[in-house]
Design a protein around this ligand. Sequence first.
Ligand code: ASP
Length: 406
Amino acid sequence: MAGKKKIPLVWKIAIGFVAGILAGVAFGEKISVIAPVGTIFISLLQMLVVPLVFSSLVVGTASIGDPLSLGRVGIKTLVLYLVTTAIAIAIGLTLGNIINPGAGMGLGADLSAFQIPTPPKIGQVIIDLFPKNPVASMAQANMLQIIVFALFLGMAAIFAGEKGKPLINVMDSLAETMYKLTGMVMQVAPYGVFALIATTVAKYGISVMAPFGKVIFAVYLGCFLHAAIVYSGLLTIWAHFSPLRFFKGVQEASIMAFVTRSSGATLPVNMRVTQENLGVSEKIASFVLPLGATINMDGTALYQGVCALFVAQAFGIELSIGAQLGILLTATLASIGTAGVPGAGLIMLTLVLTQAGLPVEGVGLLAGIDAVLDMARTSINITGDAAVAVVVAKTEGELRDVTKTA
Ligand code: ASP
């Protein structure tokens, strides 16, 4: 054997993951002393998001060039996002009907400690798309507003002709530097993953999760099916892309989403692996992925489908087919409005329950195990964005063959 072979990063992350589970089980709550390591790692990832999304989206928009093809890419992306989300909810509802996660739930659970959040209004979500002050949007890491501003700016830079070019060059340089920085931050990922997973395992022991076994099973099974059937089908049919190669290429981002429970924090990693391992061009990745991390939440949508049925069953309420179709609609909208941060899906579940006439108190039942459900749904949220990016890239002739270098 010649020389020392470097262990690939994804292996190191996997080792951190498994070691974290073992440490969480072995040391229990005592492991919380290492919690700051996980917190710092998430902060480092979040540090990348605003400059990376902003700069790469300005460059992406400018390089797509004419508003016509920008519109075509935009429509394709939105349609794929909407359709996959609706299918995810349908899978969630179907599993909710088959598995009956809420049947026989003792409602003795203590709901009093849970503060019920006010569900956001759908109309307000649209108004809030438009930034009053782009600097404030960035300071608050308001992704949708940053996306809208970056799209406008990228287009305006093109219309500005020669004068707009230096701006695009600066943004290009910033984006490249941010990708480099993402690579640097990822070097500490194995330690961050170790700390995050160890503290989560220690906090959510089997005893906490046992009464919710069926709902956890339904959400995890649904996420697995959605990836295995919907993404594999999408990639095979429309992109002639091997699903195995896809899941292998995207795994770093999927694991990162699982442990950070944040689409936003995982976005820089997803942008890197989608380009480097899957061959999506920068212009497609920089447009499709930030949009997806913000509005495309298949895992969250699926979870909302399962949970709506869980709550109905737990409270002994019969849901008609019509009511379930209503849930399909509101959960699609709710998942679009869900922020890519940990636990946001639980808050948006209040919207779905309210619209369906179900008791909002049900959210309190689920709050105790939300982190466990959030891991699976965030992982699917991010994986779904990458799958759509590959399909859009393929249909736009923007997919490089990386098999020779991967
Ligand atoms: N944590 C999820 C995400 O960042 C959102 C959710 O809570 O469903 O994608």
